[in-house]
Design a protein around this ligand. Structure first.
Ligand SMILES: [Ca+2]
Ligand SMILES: [Ca+2]
Ligand SMILES: [Ca+2]
Length: 459
């Protein structure tokens, strides 16, 4: 070494008997003084493998690694972790030939890239609707470096879109339209670094999915009132269908995921439930109507509330319709139909007869299909039943969406067959005796169905 100019003696490998196959040697640096005599400084024996360097700065040059020492210049450094460990390398020594005295040498310490950790936020969503997946990679900064790279999200192993870049805080966010059913699912966020100072990592989180809402509406083709097959007998087979549609939200799912429904056929008065049999499904698809049909046989005379509930992990919803089975031989006021009231479709079922003692027996069911849900009025006790000409006016008590002690008067007007001119009117009063104006209306012509009001003598 020299005060002004810097020099270094580098023996050729061959001069110290190193070959490519045998390039490993031990070395030790000892400083001695001619003036004072003896050793000034020494350090422990080190090992170096010239054929397998931890750092290799020969990229781009042949012979000795010399680079123009200009501001802003770069020196390519190849890095081999295994060799680096084997050699015990702790850094790079840069020698600046033409620097001022005292600034000839510079030690660049070794800094390994940092491990990273991904944190996946818990997410929740509804089948078919968008939700947000969020992951944070940390640390976002290391030494003088800021994280960069991409996160690939997946749900239960299926990729969600393409890789998403992390921002300077290490956060990656993506929108996911939920296409898995209700329950707990695994979100995976795999970070791939594009900055060598940060290592890759991956982690998981939980996505909780709930069912999408669907409406259930009785099909227009359903019969309202079915006559028994023979006097004193039962009705059937009777097929009832329900249309199931996702509640519109701009992000429709696949309604063919509805593969199970429960259908209950329950008399609104006394009597036994009827088995609906297995549902047959048709239609369905993305944004399409799914239809379920059930067929009932040997159905006794009565007014039935037919209730469908959607099962499964993808949709939830339920709806009702009315089914009347009547026997003309019993002396009856019977029938069923639909009207449009206040713009909403409503189904009506009625089946009443006089007992031998002159008292009426039977029931009335009125279901109005409002966007906020069905409004269901069921009679549970009949009072007087007035029949005047072609009009029957039953009175009595009933429940409104399950709340009892409401009163009603209905007007059932039979204008002959097939029923297209028949009419239905209703008045419902609350337990406190207040008329419920939204369930009180003058007779409205049926849009489907038929009533039969025989010219009874009352006996
Ligand atoms: Ca949806
Ligand atoms: Ca929705
Ligand atoms: Ca009629």
């Amino acid at each position: 070494m020299y005060p002004k100019k810097l020099g270094i003696l580098t023996p050729f490998s061959s001069a110290i008997a190193l070959t490519t196959a045998n390039a490993k040697f031990n070395y030790r640096i000892t400083t001695t003084s001619r003036g004072f005599g003896g050793t000034i400084d020494t350090f422990a024996t080190h090992t170096y493998d010239a054929a397998n360097p931890g750092f290799d700065v020969t990229g781009g040059v042949s012979g000795l690694p010399l680079y123009a020492d200009l501001n802003g210049g770069t020196i390519p450094v190849n890095y081999n972790k295994a060799n680096l460990v084997a050699n015990g390398t702790t850094g790079l020594l840069l020698l600046h030939h033409s620097n001022a005295f005292g600034a000839h040498d510079q030690i660049l310490g070794l800094q390994e890239p940092t491990a990273t950790t991904v944190t996946v936020d818990a997410a929740s969503g509804v089948y078919s609707d968008p939700t947000t997946l969020n992951a944070t990679v940390s640390p976002a900064t290391y030494l003088d470096q800021t994280i960069s790279g991409n996160v690939q999200f997946s749900v239960d192993g299926s990729p969600v879109g393409g890789p998403v870049a992390v921002n300077s805080s290490g956060v990656a966010t993506t929108s996911y339209t939920v296409n898995v059913g209700a329950g707990s699912h695994t979100i995976t966020a795999a970070f791939t670094s594009t900055n060598a100072a940060f290592l890759n990592s991956s982690n998981t989180g939980i996505l909780t999915v709930s069912r999408e809402d669907a409406t259930v509406t009785p099909a227009n083709a359903n019969p309202f009132a079915v006559k028994v097959n023979a006097p004193g007998g039962t009705g059937g087979p009777i097929t009832l269908c329900f249309d199931m549609n996702e509640v519109s939200d701009g992000s429709p799912g696949d309604t063919s995921n509805i593969t199970s429904v429960s259908v209950n056929v329950i008399p609104i008065g006394s009597g036994s439930s009827v088995s609906a049999g297995a549902a047959i499904f048709s239609g369905g698809g993305v944004g399409a109507t799914r239809t379920a049909c059930v067929t009932m046989s040997n159905v006794p005379v009565n007014v039935y509330d037919v209730h469908l509930t959607i099962n499964g992990n993808f949709y939830q919803g339920s709806g009702d319709t009315v089914l009347v089975v009547y026997d003309p031989s019993l002396g009856f006021v019977a029938g069923g139909g639909s009207i449009i009231h206040n713009g909403y479709r409503a189904n009506i079922g009625v089946n009443m007869k006089y007992l031998k003692n002159g008292n009426p027996q039977g029931s009335l069911l009125y279901i109005e299909h409002r966007p906020t849900g069905d409004v269901v009025f069921k009679s549970n006790a009949l009072g007087a039943l007035a029949i005047v000409g072609n009009e029957a006016d039953p009175t009595g008590k009933g429940t409104l969406n399950g709340i009892g002690n409401h009163s009603f008067i209905a007007r059932i007007i039979d204008n002959g067959e097939p029923g297209t001119s028949d009419r239905f009117g209703l008045r419902v009063t609350s337990p406190a005796g207040i008329i419920l104006v939204d369930l009180t209306f003058d007779p409205i012509q049926l849009s489907g169905g038929n009533f039969s009001v025989p010219k009874l003598t009352g006996k």
